[in-house]
Structure formats: structure tokens, C-alpha cells
Write a protein that binds this ligand. Structure first.
Ligand code: SF4
Ligand code: SF4
Length: 359
């Protein structure tokens, strides 16, 4: 296995940082290359919400690639939002349309079927653009995530699945272990050539903002994600996709060469997760946790503006008229992610039932 280079770059001079990342990863001649930039445009969000990739990073990456003669397109495929008529309006709200300089594309329109008979997800569709481009550049946002612990390079690639198929895949694989394997299967369908994680600013599981002011980059997404998790101050193998990728031999933490200093974020809040170990104690703890303490989404009807984004995204259709049917909920937390008003919070199952009984 060859070494994985992970570059940690101070983002003060973003233009210089982006240029150096491509150079250090060995990309010297990019003339006439068809490049697709895949940011994280999960939902309509302003940059200061720290939910989507910073438009500044997209801007500098587009500018650099264009200056060296590449043919650049920016594309993503967010969750539908009833407040916006189409994907371009969402991209505009996120600030992506302007920095794409006329080259933004909704990548959910043309899909290609992929068959993997030996995989968990045997057949699925992905955006055709990821195969049409000669170079795929992933620009994930550094975030915590209730289900997958963190959202990084592998999770950003879930965006290559067109629109409503994302919740469908979630519903097929409600267990975190299975869903994480499926995320990796999708990622490995067309791995990015360059990954630059936007760690300029971020928000943790408790809603606290942090400003690391750096970019973490590389060409092996699993190694990059490993470094990102280290920065959060956790054992990276607590992130299921990282552990599964390591066990499958997709990367080796010992083969990572770090270029630059990796800081440690102080007090970065992450959701509770069980380490994926097989022990009797953990088995019992998991059952008790599931029965009493598992966190479920609770809707704050005062903060809710009835935009219906949560209902539309919910894989098993467990939300109807702002009420969550916990017998159907698979705890994927997609609703928490897409709510534009932070009107859905995760609370322990007991609290969720208590609040419902008070209505
Ligand atoms: S809870 Fe959030 S996502 Fe759901 S309808 Fe209300 S505002 Fe929209
Ligand atoms: S209610 Fe929320 S957490 Fe539960 S299944 Fe639906 S989207 Fe997922």
C-alpha cells in the first residue's frame, strides 16, 4: 500500500493554500481537464450556519483551476426544499451560484446505473457527471453528525446519489453499521482525485461554533477523515466509516504522512456513539440504550415554520403534520440536518415520549 499524504494547511491565504494542495498532491498540468467540484450543499444554508461548504473555498478552488486552464464545473444535489423552486435557487442562497461563475450544475438530473453484485447495495444510481469528469474534487464541510459521528469525505459522497433515492437508501439500511458500509460502497464507486475538507469554521453537536481556520486535504478520503477525527479529539475508529475502511484495507493509519501541524479542537462536542466492539457488556448496554436512552428527534412547534423539509426527507415517512411516529423512526437524523430553523433537536427517547404525551 502506498503512503497517504494528508496536508494540513492554514487557510489565511486561501488562494495560496489551494494552489499548494494541488501541487503537493502532484497535480501539475491541469490544462483542458474537465473538473467537477463536489461541495457539501446539504440544504439551503447561509455560510455562517457552518452547514454547507464555505463559498470562499469554492471560489478560490474555481479561480485556481480556471487560472491553470481547467474546465471547471461545480455541482451538487441537495434535499428538496419547498421554500425554493429549484436547485439553482438553493445554490444561490448558499452563495454557490455566484462563485461557480456560471458553471453550477444540478447533478441529479442525469443518472447512471451501477451494479455491484457482491456489495450490500447491489444496484443504485449515481450522478452521471462523476464519471464524465476527468478529475473529481470533493469539498466536504467539517461537521459532527448524529448518526455517523462526523460528516467528512465519505459522507459528502452520498450527495452523488440523486435526490429522493438518498432517503430510500437510508430506509433500506437503518443500522449504522450497514449504512456506513453502504456509504463506503458508494464512495468507492468513483473516489475523488483530490479532497479538501473545509475546516475554516465548524459547528459541533452541541451547536457550538469553532474556527480552526484550516483545510485538511489529500487523495485518500479515509486517511483525510482519520486526520479530521483526530482533530476533533476522538479516537478516529469511533467513526464507523473510518473503522470499516481501515478493516477493509482501504487505508492504513500507519501509512499516513502528515504535511503541516494538525491542531486539536478543545471541547468539540460529538454525539454519543458505541464503539463497534463485540462484547457482552456492550451488547446489553446497547439494548438498554435502545429502550430508554436512544436519542429521538423532537420538533419544537414554536420554532417550526411548516416548511415540510423534514417530512419530505424522512425515509420511512415517520413525520406527519409535525409529529414523529417513533415506532417508524429509524433514527437517521436526516430531519435534524435539513431543518432550516433548528426546530428539531435530539432528546432521549423518554423525554420524547413525555413531550408527546403533554400535547
Ligand atoms: S420542523 Fe423544521 S424542517 Fe420540519 S417543517 Fe418545521 S421548520 Fe420545516
Ligand atoms: S423522523 Fe427524522 S430521524 Fe426519524 S426516520 Fe424520519 S428523518 Fe430519520
Amino acid at each position: 500500500m502506498r503512503k497517504h499524504i494528508v496536508i494540513i494547511s492554514q487557510g489565511e491565504n486561501l488562494q495560496a493554500s489551494v494552489r499548494k494542495i494541488f501541487k503537493d498532491l502532484g497535480w501539475h498540468d491541469l490544462r483542458r481537464k474537465r473538473v467537477l467540484l463536489k461541495p457539501n450543499m446539504l440544504r439551503a444554508a447561509q455560510p455562517d450556519e457552518c452547514v454547507v461548504t464555505s463559498p470562499l473555498l469554492i471560489d478560490e478552488t474555481v479561480s485556481f483551476l480556471t487560472s491553470v486552464g481547467a474546465d471547471v464545473m461545480v455541482g451538487d444535489n441537495p434535499m428538496p426544499d419547498s421554500r425554493f423552486r429549484n436547485v439553482n435557487e438553493i445554490a444561490d442562497y448558499c452563495g454557490f451560484l455566484e462563485v461557480a461563475k456560471g458553471n453550477f450544475r444540478n447533478i441529479s438530473r442525469y443518472a447512471k446505473k451501477v451494479k455491484k453484485p457482491k456489495a450490500l447495495l447491489k444496484e443504485f444510481y449515481v450522478s452521471r457527471e462523476i464519471f464524465d469528469c476527468e478529475m473529481l474534487v470533493s469539498l466536504p464541510k467539517y461537521k459532527s453528525h448524529e448518526l455517523t459521528t462526523m460528516t467528512l469525505s465519505v459522507k459528502n459522497h452520498f450527495g452523488i446519489i440523486p435526490g429522493g433515492l438518498k432517503p430510500y437508501i437510508h430506509s433500506l439500511f437503518p443500522r449504522i453499521e450497514d449504512f456506513s458500509k453502504v456509504l463506503i460502497e458508494i464512495y468507492e464507486t468513483r473516489v475523488p482525485d483530490v479532497i479538501i475538507v473545509d475546516c475554516l469554521d465548524t459547528i459541533d453537536a452541541k451547536g457550538k461554533k469553532h474556527r480552526p481556520g484550516i483545510l485538511i486535504a489529500g487523495d485518500n478520503g479515509h486517511a483525510v477523515d482519520f486526520a479530521c477525527a483526530l482533530m476533533a479529539g476522538i479516537d478516529p475508529l469511533r467513526v464507523p466509516t473510518i473503522k470499516i475502511a481501515r478493516d477493509a484495507g482501504l487505508f492504513n493509519p500507519k501509512m499516513i504522512t502528515y504535511v503541516g501541524n494538525l491542531p486539536r479542537l478543545q471541547g468539540f462536542g460529538l454525539p454519543f456513539s458505541f464503539p463497534l466492539r463485540n462484547s457482552v457488556v456492550e451488547f446489553v448496554a446497547r439494548i438498554l440504550y435502545k429502550l430508554w436512552l436512544a436519542r429521538v428527534p423532537v420538533i419544537d412547534s414554536v420554532a417550526c415554520t411548516r416548511c415540510l423539509s423534514c417530512e419530505n426527507v424522512c425515509p420511512p415517512r415517520a413525520i406527519i403534520d409535525r409529529h414523529v411516529d417513533y415506532s417508524k423512526c429509524i433514527r437517521c437524523y436526516c430531519c435534524v440536518e435539513v431543518c432550516p430553523n433548528r426546530a428539531i433537536r435530539n432528546k432521549s427517547r423518554l423525554v420524547g415520549h413525555y413531550l408527546r404525551s403533554q400535547k
